[in-house]
Design a protein around this ligand. Structure first.
Ligand code: ASP
Length: 339
């Protein structure tokens, strides 16, 4: 039977048009361009429907409301298609991929986010390959995950980071192996792909509400006063981007006091590393232990994108603070590896 793929076009470079002010979203433009690619309608391509969002967004404008729109869109068409492709701007694609991983619970079909660095309308582009491969993967491979396909890698969505502003190889999954590599063949790493939930599992959407969370990057010379400011109510959760294995300046008692005052008020502070890859271990150094003593919890190998999405998700569940803390440190969707 011919496979069917649903394409949600949310915007992004892939479907943009050249204007006097640079590339900008243009309604109808992507569908026009796709109609000119005859390959898209012959085997091995699946049948597809494109739904263009209104407005089409540069992903710099995405908010959790847009994530919900995408999740709802997929859920509404879930039974009618074999897989789903979400066309998205690259700038915040890793955030959306992380958020959708938490929002779409009990997923049994592939949801593949992709986009491009050069739009489909340009002669030389990465859009065509990303689009075609994402469509084939969504149609042919029963991967029960939210994934991101870009360059030549299929990655778990909640493990991705945008790593290059200019290269076609714009995304990476620094702390988890790719779910697939695409060259002459599409080679999937089935050992890394999550197991299919039981047939009786139905798809549930977990909406995210606009929780009061933030991220903050440590740097030498950081002022405790600024940290105290960031941690003021109504903040509920903070991703603290700390040094190396999660260290911070333990000689600065005022800084540590600011953290402690906040955690004692119930603010959840999750320590993630500023390093591109690797994991937090607050027991390694006195400078990490001091943060733990101030009530900061380890985010292990969570990306900052996944940590923020997970905080949004958990705070939207109306859970006691201790449960949020414990679930932040529990692997829910393959986003985290505990030692
Ligand atoms: N600014 C664009 C966006 O994120 C960049 C891109 O799509 O590559 O929508």
């Amino acid at each position: 039977m011919t496979k069917r793929v649903y394409i949600a076009n949310t915007g992004g470079t892939i479907g943009m048009k050249k204007t006097a002010n640079g590339y900008a979203p243009a309604p109808g433009h992507l569908a026009e361009r796709m109609a000119q690619i005859s390959t898209l309608t012959s085997p091995p391509m699946p049948k597809y429907d494109v739904h263009e969002y209104d407005p089409l967004l540069d992903s710099a404008n995405m908010t959790p409301k847009d994530w919900l729109k995408i999740a709802q869109d997929i859920a509404d068409r879930y039974d009618d298609y074999d897989g789903f492709v979400v066309l998205h701007g690259t700038d915040t694609m890793a955030y959306t991929a992380s958020a959708l991983s938490f929002m779409l619970e009990g997923l049994r079909k592939p949801v593949i986010l992709t986009g491009s660095q050069i739009p489909l309308c340009e002669a030389r582009n990465d859009a065509r390959e990303n689009l075609i491969t994402a469509m084939i993967v969504a149609a042919e491979y029963p991967i029960p995950e939210v994934c991101l396909y870009f360059g030549d890698k299929l990655m778990r969505g909640c493990r991705t980071v945008k790593v290059n502003a200019n290269s076609f190889d714009a995304f990476d999954s620094p702390n988890f192996p790719p779910l697939g590599k695409v060259g002459i063949n599409i080679e999937l790493n089935w050992g890394a792909i999550r197991p299919l939930p039981s047939l009786s599992t139905s798809l549930t959407i977990n909406p995210l509400n606009g929780s009061r969370i933030s991220a903050f990057r440590l740097f030498p010379g950081i002022s405790a006063e600024i940290v105290r400011h960031v941690l003021r109510p109504p903040l509920k959760g903070l991703v603290l981007e700390a040094y190396g294995v999660g260290n911070g300046p333990d000689h600065d008692q005022d800084f540590l006091a600011a953290l402690k005052e906040a955690t004692q008020r119930g603010v959840i502070i999750v320590d993630c590393t500023q390093c591109f890859s690797g994991r937090v271990d607050l027991n390694d150094y006195a400078t990490g232990n001091a943060l733990a003593a101030a009530g900061v919890i380890s985010g292990y190998d969570l990306t900052v994108e996944a940590a923020l999405a997970k905080l949004f998700y958990l705070f939207s569940q109306d859970l006691p603070s201790e449960t949020v803390k414990s679930l932040m440190q529990t692997d829910l969707r393959g986003e985290l590896t505990r030692p």
